[in-house]
Design a protein around this ligand. Structure first.
Ligand code: ZN
Ligand code: ZN
Length: 469
């Protein structure tokens, strides 16, 4: 059996990685545990995808005669996994909201007085979402901050505990009974994702009553489908994605006004790291809150997030576009996190699907080399600040494995990053590309000429333009 560190003592070594020269930033053992965890997630994906009849995904593709049987089968597999992940994200949110990280002071817990205990481990699907969120360290920090869970930020991802519950041979994750009891009591959800109901109660934006909405429907209009649209059974209000987004914005505004919880996207600053930006808060309260509240009023039958973005651009002027961008990128998806959790999980699971059993066996031998390469790369960011030096997010090479394993200890990662002279840490989030960013297109629409070059202009628009020249 492996010699495992106690969670309490681990916090010490994580907090001061640079003072203890002998200790590696990330141990080879932790990298191995991380690989094992990723394999476990991969196993979950394979099992879910291959479960025939799950979420009735066969129906969705039944009528697509143009697809041959193999293509239809793989489409069904993909949509099973997609629905499963959407449900996992919801389950994670319920669990996250109710997870108590209250302090119990003790001499061995320097930061917060909270650490993971064995009976707090959630089901594998929820753990998978937590893992993806932790890799997005900026979003994770902001979520912990906004939801008063900084103790969780200090404690980091429970990698040691997770690996204790994964059988090294079968890669099956099995928790002791107290975990199940605690999770089911706390969340009122089933331990196993697939045993949760086929519908989810959604609060109507207009009448505030609950309507049971299916996760998926034959015509692809369920909550986990692209074309989500449902009607409130009480007042016939049309529930669409935009209504959910407006509702989310309104909820966040109330949090800002009533309890001073900053809006997502306003917690990190280049100078102070993770701390609410008071200037931004004041600016928002003075210039935008009234507009936002008006645009998201529940009597508005057709809330439209694009219109809200455009109206706020006009209200504050172009110098505030970066601020609006930071805020509105969190209103392109419905989850109440600073991370687009669904996308984050999908990226990790795609990246992990290329894992080979052989590639990490030689990791032990080269770990010190990887460590110096890693330190150099993060240091280079401060000097060159070229986007090229950002580590690539392919979890299967040893460099990225080292990096992503370090990200699982946010406190250590952030301290290390600041020690190197950088401020806002680089994380798993995709680099921003204005050319393909839909939000940039809304905030500052490209000129006709640029749209034409990129083929976004229709023939009639083009003719119209020609006639004016
Ligand atoms: Zn209603
Ligand atoms: Zn953008």
């Amino acid at each position: 059996m492996l010699d495992r560190e106690k969670p309490g003592t681990k916090t010490f070594t994580e907090a001061t990685p640079l003072l203890q020269k002998a200790a590696p930033i990330v141990s080879a053992q932790e990298c191995q545990q991380h690989i094992q965890l990723l394999r476990c997630f991969l196993g979950l994906k394979q099992t879910v995808s291959k479960t025939k009849g799950l979420f009735k995904t066969e129906y969705v593709h039944k009528n697509k005669n143009e697809l041959d049987q193999i293509a239809r089968q793989s489409a069904a597999e993909e949509s099973r996994w997609s629905i499963y992940v959407s449900r996992a994200v919801h389950r994670f949110s319920v669990w996250w909201t109710r997870l108590s990280v209250a302090s119990t002071p003790g001499p061995s817990l320097p930061h917060s007085g909270w650490t993971w205990t064995g009976d707090q481990m959630p089901p594998l699907d929820v753990l998978m979402v937590l893992h993806a969120l932790t890799l997005n360290t900026k979003a994770f920090g902001e979520d912990c901050f906004r939801h008063q869970k900084m103790a969780l930020w200090n404690a980091g991802f429970p990698l040691q505990l997770a690996s204790q519950y994964i059988d090294p041979e079968s890669l099956r994750y099995s928790c002791p009974e107290p975990c199940r009891l605690q999770f089911e009591n706390m969340t009122k959800l089933a331990w196993d994702n697939v045993n949760d109901p086929e519908t989810l109660p959604i609060e109507c934006f207009r009448c505030q009553k609950q309507t049971a909405v299916p996760w998926t429907t034959r015509r692809g209009k369920g909550l986990a489908d692209d074309g989500f649209i449902q009607v409130c059974r009480w007042c016939n209000f049309v529930l669409r994605k935009d209504a959910l987004l407006a509702q989310k914005l309104r909820r966040d505004l109330h949090l800002l006004l009533e309890t001073n919880i900053p809006l997502p996207g306003t917690c990190w600053s280049v100078d102070d790291g993770l701390a609410p930006n008071e200037t931004t808060d004041e600016f928002l309260k003075q210039s935008l809150v009234d507009l936002f509240l008006e645009e998201t009023r529940p009597t508005n039958l057709f809330p439209n997030i694009t219109q809200i973005i455009q109206a706020s651009t006009e209200a504050v002027g172009s110098q505030s576009l970066p601020l609006l961008h930071d805020i509105f990128k969190h209103y392109l998806y419905v989850e109440c996190s600073s991370c687009n959790l669904y996308t984050a999980v999908m990226r990790v699971s795609k990246s992990a699907s290329t894992l080979q059993s052989a590639h990490c066996l030689d990791f032990d031998l080269r770990s010190s080399q990887v460590e110096s390469l890693y330190t150099k790369s993060l240091r280079d960011q401060r000097q060159g600040s070229s986007r090229r030096s950002v580590p690539r997010t392919d979890i299967t090479d040893s460099f990225s494995l080292f990096w992503s394993t370090h990200l699982l200890s946010p406190r250590s990662y952030c301290d290390f990053f600041r020690h190197l002279g950088n401020s806002v840490p680089v994380d798993w989030d995709l680099p921003h590309e204005p050319e393909t960013c839909s939000l940039c297109q809304t905030l500052c629409p490209p000129s006709f000429a640029r749209r034409f070059i990129r083929g976004l202009t229709s023939l009639s628009e083009w003719k119209e333009w020609l006639s004016t020249v």
